[in-house]
Structures are given as C-alpha cells and as structure tokens.
Design a protein around this ligand. Structure first.
Ligand SMILES: [Zn+2]
Length: 496
C-alpha cells in the first residue's frame, strides 16, 4: 500500500503591499495539523479535497496529513520567523511519517507566488527543503495557482508541477484530484513524469489573462486539439500575478510529461511559448475612468453594472481599504441602489458603538498606510451589524467560510457601504448577500477583484468594467516601482 504525505502552504505575496504577512494572518485563514487537514477539506472544492477523494476512490492508499497553512488573503511577503515556523512544522511531521518507513510520494499544495522576508522564491524553498528530507527517489508532486512565478528551483526540485487550468479559478478540486491520480501511479512505478518548462520575459495584468478568452484560451484550445492523447499529461500556463518584484518574474509554461518523451515535448513547449509571446499585445487591459463609468451606469436603464476596483483586490495582496469608489459613488448622488465595501476596523468600532439606526459621520478607508488614496468623509446610517462570516456559494471556493471580522452595512442615501474589520477574497456574491444586499438588485456593484469575481458575477451582470483607480494592485503594471525584475521585460522595454 503506497504511503503518501500531504502538506499545504498557501500564500500569494504582493511585493508592493504595505506590511509583511504575520502568523495571525494564517490563524485567520487556516492552520490545521495532521489528519485534521482532511476532515476540514471534506466536502469543499479545495485541492486537498480533490486529492483525498481520488485516494479514497482508488483505495489501498495510506494518506498522511502533515499541515495546512493558508493565509486569509494575499498579503506582503511572509515574516521570516513565520516561514521558518511553518516549514519546520511540515518537515518535523514529514520526518515522523518517514521514521519507520519512507513515504512513497509527497503532494504539496502550494500557491507558487510566495515570498518570505529574505527569500524571494519561498515556494522553491519549501520544495527544496522537502526534497532534502525525502531524497531524489521519492516523487514530489506540487499543485500551484495559475498566478505562480515559476522558478528554476521549483522546476528542478519537484517531480511535477500541476497548475490550475482555469482563471477565474474553478478547478482547484480537479487539479488536486488529477495530481493525486498521477502521483499514485508514479508511487507504484507505473509512470515517470517530469517538468518541461519555459519562461517568457513579460509581465501581464490579471484582467486579460483569463482562460475564458484571449491568449490563454487560445493556447488551451490548441492543446486540447493537438495533444489530447500524447505524452503531455498536464499543461499549465502561468501568467504570474504581476505584483511580484523578483528576479525570476515573468510568465511561465509547464508541461508535465512522460520523461521518456522529453525531446519531443521540448519542441511542443517551444512552439506554445512562441505562440503566447506573439499574442502578448492582447494582454493590454482596457480601463474605465471611475467617475465616467459610474455616470454611464446611472444613466443607463440596466443593471447591475459590476465595476472591478482591481487595484485594491485583497486576492492580489491589496489591503482592501481604498476609499476611491466610496467617494466617487457619493459624489454621483445616485438615484438607484449601489454598493461598495471597505476594510476599516476603527470605523466598524465607531459604528457598533453608535448602534443600529444611528446617523453618524465617519472617515472611511486608507487605514493600512497605503498613500495612494485618502480617507473618505461620509455621513450615513448604521443599517446592520453582523459577525461578518460568510460561506462561498459560487463555483470557485464553494463551501469555504470566510472571516472578515465584525461587519457593518452603512447606508449613505442609495449607496450601501459594507465596512469590515479584515480583508477577504471578493470572488463571491455572498460578500454582499450575507449582509442582506442582493447584487442582482443593484445598479452598481463594486468588487475588489481583477477577474476571480467573474465566475459568480458574470451570470447576473449587465456590464462588467475594470476601473482605472489607484492602488497597490493596479493593472497598469508600468506604474509599479519594480526594482528586481530582469530586463529587458515586456511591456517595460520594446521587444521583438
Ligand atoms: Zn490566482
């Protein structure tokens, strides 16, 4: 019976975020040990659930849960002591699992765009440490987010890198399931897989790097046409999240393929990388002026207009405390219902002190130290107070409960502002539905997400636009203060 160890360490780093990520950011996400990682995953759409269900459906496998550490949302690089603590825990548990008998395989559920203080490639660091403990003969399979920064170390120290195939991400379960299926085959000697990777010197905004249309969709369609029954078992395109200021920044492509077919697969990889490079201009994002698009939405007779303030997306590492859309909506004095949201723990405390029904003036937003926007001065009524928890109902992370701390609905005329203590992913309509606001009934809905929101919001949206707003996750990558990336790099340099 093969013995497979599983660990999960998931965080997406934003080099431009105002603060390091701390232990409490993982406590507010998920910190699970041993077999608890399986009981917590059961019934969710996570990679661990997919892996678990594959192992259980095949039977005759011993799964050993090591640890799951998942940050509540993206953030700055991880404080070094926190990274060491998580790695130390994973490795100690791995050593214990191997003490009587070596494991036959390891599955690591990682993100891939993770930096720690002083370690730009924290993902490669985790894989390298695990490799150091199990040796070269034990397969290490890794699942990654599509926004991973693929590095030489990750490719060389892992056996196989299985990235998500979708953006918006709706295939976490499927990728975990598939990686486990191949890992079990490799663990018993049926196959030998390897990574065939390519990097492209370009940094692209998340907004036009989805798999539903554009260059990534074209590459996926070509793959399905040409390679369906070939030696390539998985193709992952990694457009990288663009706020990682690291030396190995750039888009990546990884084929997981039969080792015996490497020479053939190398040619396919070159051809796919070339196609992607030639399509790079399609990644340039069309942005809307915030005031102008709000006026356009209010003058139209359809709704909802879903406006993405992606520059302040917590899923990309922003603090979620931008006041830009609050100020713009209030300026517009809408005669239709609109909703937006902001992270501001001080304002939440003031509103709760005032109580439901109270009319007060508060300053909202810009509490993180981000200097790209200033607090908005607003007067309104405390409409509702909740504990802030909500469970994802849409396709991405269905079943996963998010904790945003105490949360207040603050009404300023027809504008409702959801004010929360902590930032959370904004992929799901439950962000609003859970506090009594139905996005489908709004004229304007603000979501702080570059693209992940589309899976749940597109079915109800009359229009979707990306705002040209200031923030640490602006899709205008040329405006970001990169210092470590290699040059030349498109679109910073002219390249042919
Ligand atoms: Zn992602």
């Amino acid at each position: 019976m093969p013995r497979i160890a599983i660990a999960s360490y998931v965080q997406e780093s934003n080099s431009f975020a105002p603060a390091l990520s701390e232990w409490r950011d993982f406590e507010q996400g998920q910190l699970l040990y041993g077999a608890d990682i399986f009981s917590a995953a059961r019934g969710t759409r996570s990679e661990v659930a997919g892996a678990l269900e594959m192992a259980e459906s095949l039977g005759d496998v011993e799964l050993i849960g090591l640890m799951r550490a998942m940050q509540r949302s993206s953030g700055g690089p991880i404080r070094r002591e926190v990274h060491e603590r998580i790695c130390g825990e994973i490795l100690a548990r791995l050593d214990a699992a191997c003490a009587s008998k070596m494991v036959d395989g390891v599955l690591l559920v990682l993100h891939g765009a993770m930096c720690a203080e002083g370690i730009d490639d924290a993902t490669g660091d985790v894989i390298e440490r695990v490799r150091g403990h199990v040796g070269r003969s034990v397969p290490i399979y890794v699942t990654l987010d599509l926004h991973a920064v693929i590095t030489k170390k990750m490719v060389e120290e892992s056996t196989a890198l299985f990235g998500y195939e979708t953006f918006p991400h709706v295939d976490l379960w499927e990728v975990g399931n598939k990686a486990m299926r191949w890992l079990l085959r490799e663990a018993v000697g049926e196959v030998r897989l390897t990574n065939v990777a390519r990097k492209l010197p370009m940094i692209v905004a998340a907004e036009n790097a989805q798999t539903t249309h554009g260059p990534l969709a074209d590459l996926r369609a070509r793959f399905d046409d040409e390679q369906r029954d070939g030696p390539i078992r998985h193709m992952a395109l990694f457009p990288m999240q663009p706020w990682c200021d690291v030396a190995e920044a750039g888009c990546g492509l990884v084929f997981v393929a039969d080792e015996s077919a490497r020479a053939r697969v190398d040619l396919v990889a070159d051809s796919f990388a070339d196609q992607w490079w030639r399509a790079r201009a399609q990644h340039v994002v069309d942005l809307s002026n915030t005031d102008a698009v709000i006026a356009e939405a209010l003058a139209s007779d359809r709704g909802p207009w879903v406006l993405a303030d992606s520059a302040d997306a917590p899923s990309s590492g922003a603090p979620g405390d931008s006041s830009v859309t609050i100020a713009a909506l209030i300026r517009a004095q809408p005669q239709h219902d609109c909703c937006t949201n902001v992270v501001d723990p001080d304002a939440v405390a003031q509103m709760i002190d005032a109580g439901v029904g109270a009319e007060i003036s508060v300053q909202l937003g810009a509490t993180s130290g981000c200097t790209l926007y200033t607090p908005a001065e607003v007067r309104g009524i405390v409409e509702r107070i909740t504990d802030g928890d909500f469970t994802h109902g849409g396709p991405g992370l269905r079943g996963q409960t998010m904790h945003r701390g105490r949360t207040v609905v603050f009404a300023c005329g027809r504008v409702r502002i959801v004010v929360m203590e902590q930032a959370v992913l904004q992929w799901d309509r439950q962000l609003y539905l859970s506090v009594g606001i139905d996005p489908a009934q709004m004229r304007i809905v603000i979501v702080k997400s570059p693209a992940g929101f589309r899976a749940d919001y597109a079915p109800i949206a009359a229009e979707i636009r990306i705002l040209d707003a200031p923030g640490v996750c602006t899709p205008n990558v040329l405006s970001l203060p990169f210092t470590k990336i290699a040059r030349p790099m498109w679109p910073f340099d002219e390249m042919t």
